[in-house]
Design a binder for this molecule. Structure first.
Ligand code: FAD
Length: 534
């Protein structure tokens, strides 16, 4: 059992930024936990394209306009303004100044701004096509300089400690829900301990792994969302899952992102028989249609013809040396798993990429539960609305990581956070009755079932019938998993499975509830009323 000022769960860009900003006050004690063996391991680490800054002929107003346009009418203007006004300055101050990250420059030493889809200006800073790797390296190294930050790897958050739920005092039932830390599973010692904190910050990232095809790494299974939901936090926009049209579909490198730039440079999508098909879905734009249109087209081809992938042919449209020069990492990774993209087409599938919804938070990352903050992909600030503008998510983690740290610091300084309970007020984790060893076959099998249900029924093309079917099957599975969970010794895999089925249901229910196609939520049975689809 431990007591600290601030517990941060998750060490990606959002959690690491919050830790760094809080650590500036040497009197603050911060515990930063991650389930991964390495604090750099996170979705943040795999970000390729880059992070938004302010381009040469750019303004905060122009960025706000682009974010709101991408969000399909559901982005919160104030959240977009905060990001656009504060983001570029924080990028310079924290990432460049404090963490020493060197973004690419041209030969004159000027920042090399990249262009991405739906951005009206060149404003994306990058470090080659490994921006996330460079950012996480810089942040993790910088955190080592702060002795008041204890980074605990191999520690999986299990459940938030909330009152009245975990209180021994029945009178707390009449008070608002408040968070006082978390039960944390030590993966190496196989025990659960209590970490009590004046403020708790969830920074656990997204949930792409609840889908069969995803670009997300193994840890993105919605743990934080499930924990917050069980604790009673408000969750919004859970139906908005952004899919990327082209992820590699080759064993050993499933989900590896094949950048949209490949189509930008002339790559053409083909059926496995070699027939181009995009003209049928978008006669005007063909292979360069918007991301969601291309993703749905591929999905339809796969479902209608029972294909397990389609092909992306770049070799017929670009010379071999040019391909190697323009796409060195994609070339290398595909080569590693036996596909030479300079000579043959690439097998691809659409894949779950980003969770636009999350734990509802305000401008400071405060959730609907007292003392509980959520930042980064697990949160919903309203910024992304129904569809995320490319490269906004790293910056959102930075901005709200900083804002949550500021708010926590000022409330700690002014002693306005509710007091941390005494150890004897919080029961220890009850392991009585947990007699069974976790069966990896059951955990893996159930996880695959969830991923298949989500892919087929809560995927790119949704309908009331598909969603109802998903909810029925997920509820049944959740009952099975809860029964299994209540008698089985804890493991990281079991924690993840329980959370995955919970968040799958949250997404499926939100998708059934919303009968309007908007942004990345597409319903084939959206109802037309007057001139509006509802
Ligand atoms: C392939 C790929 C490319 C991308 N490219 C870009 C891009 O170019 N630009 C951009 O802006 N965005 C990009 N994104 C999106 C972006 O990377 C993420 O949205 C962002 O990094 C999320 O940051 P985060 O800090 O919220 O979460 P993450 O970086 O995912 O960090 C989550 C942390 O929580 C920990 N964790 C999870 N569950 C638990 C638990 N139960 N207990 C303890 N720890 C836990 C994890 O170990 C990890 O440390 C990309 C995403 C992917 C997958």
């Amino acid at each position: 059992m431990k007591t600290t000022d601030v517990l941060i769960i998750g060490s990606g860009i959002a959690g690491a930024t919050a830790a760094l900003q809080l650590a500036r006050n040497p009197d603050r004690r911060i515990i930063l936990i991650t389930r991964a063996p390495d604090p750099r391991e996170s979705n943040s680490r795999y970000a390729q394209g880059g992070i938004i800054s302010r381009g040469e002929d750019d303004t905060a107003e122009l960025l706000v306009k682009d974010i709101l346009a991408a969000g399909a009418g559901a982005s919160l203007p104030r959240a977009a303004e905060i990001l656009a006004e504060e983001g570029p300055g924080l990028l310079e101050e924290i990432l460049v100044g404090t963490a020493g990250i060197e973004f690419d420059h041209d030969s004159n030493g000027e920042p090399e701004y990249g262009q991405e889809a739906a951005h009206s200006r060149r404003r994306i800073l990058h470090v080659g096509d490994g921006t996330g790797r460079a950012i996480m390296q810089g942040l993790a190294e910088t955190l080592k300089r702060f002795p008041n930050v204890e980074v605990e790897t191999h520690f999986t958050g299990v459940d938030l400690i909330t009152f009245p739920h975990h209180s021994r005092d029945p009178l707390t039932a009449y008070e608002p829900i408040a968070c006082h830390g978390a039960y944390v599973f030590d993966r190496q010692a196989h025990t659960v301990h209590r970490t009590l904190a004046a403020a708790t910050i969830l920074a656990t990232g997204g949930l792409g792994r609840i889908y069969r095809n995803t670009t997300n790494p193994a840890g993105a299974r919605g743990d934080g969302l499930a924990m917050a939901s069980r604790a009673g936090a408000r969750i919004v926009n859970a139906e908005y899952i952004q899919f990327h049209p082209t992820a590699l579909a080759v064993p050993g490198a499933e989900g590896f992102l094949i950048s949209e730039a490949v189509r930008g440079e002339g790559g053409v999508l083909l059926t496995p028989e070699g027939e181009p098909f995009m003209e049928k879905y978008s006669p005007e734009w063909k292979d360069l249609a918007p991301r969601d249109v291309v993703a749905r087209a591929i999905h339809s081809e796969m479902e209608d013809h029972n294909y397990s992938y389609v092909l992306l042919d770049l070799a017929s449209h670009m010379s071999s040396p040019k391909i190697k020069e323009r796409f060195p990492n994609i070339y290398q990774e595909c080569k590693r798993v036996g596909v030479d993209i300079s000579r043959e087409p690439i097998p691809v599938v659409p894949a779950a990429h980003y969770f636009c919804g999350g734990v509802a938070v305000d401008e400071w990352g405060r959730s609907s539960i007292q003392n509980l903050y959520a930042i980064g992909e697990v949160s919903c600030t309203g910024l992304h609305g129904a569809n995320r503008l490319a490269s906004t998510s790293l910056l959102e983690g930075l901005v709200w990581g900083n804002r949550a740290a500021q708010d926590v610091e000022s409330r700690l300084a002014s002693r306005t956070l509710p007091p941390t309970p005494r150890l004897e007020d919080v029961p220890p984790w009850d392991e009585s009755g947990l007699t069974e060893a976790p069966d990896p076959a059951l955990i893996q099998g159930d996880m695959q079932t969830i991923q298949n249900i989500m892919w087929h029924y809560v995927g790119l093309i949704r309908s009331g019938d598909r969603l109802s079917r998903a909810i029925r099957e997920l509820r049944h599975l959740q009952n099975e998993i809860e029964t299994f969970y209540s008698v089985t010794k804890l493991s990281d895999g079991l924690i993840g499975l329980r959370n995955a089925v919970e968040v799958a249901l949250i997404v499926a229910q939100a998708a059934r509830h919303n009968r309007q196609s908007r942004g990345c939520h597409f319903r084939s049975d959206a109802v037309q009323v007057g001139d509006r689809l509802i």
